[in-house]
Design a protein around this ligand. Sequence first.
Ligand SMILES: [Zn+2]
Length: 124
Amino acid sequence: MTAIGAAKKRLEKELPPIPDSVPSAKGRVEVRLVKDLESCSGLYDPIERVILVESNLTLVDKWCVVFHEAVHMAISDSDLSATAGLTAEVEEHVAVCIGNYLVTQALSAKPMLRWPVKRRKGDG
Ligand SMILES: [Zn+2]
């Protein structure tokens, strides 16, 4: 087994189950596990406000999809395609980039918010 395979196997035991919903600026969005999504592992539907995740994936991969689709949700909630001219192609690159970063933080043994930080003078 590769190091990545071993890490994934360990994470499968440590990660919580996929939540029923995720928070957003416009209210919680349902997360629904579905079988045999056509040609993708996940999807954010901005009309129904639901994130669909392929149920046949490993738990680690399901979490990656949830974070990726949550970025699409945040972009949609911010209406960036209308206000900033964000194309679908660029949006996909942004979702991959930020989704991967969020997963990295979430899976980190020491996520940024848990780093020991010296308080600066004047910080509350
Ligand atoms: Zn995407």
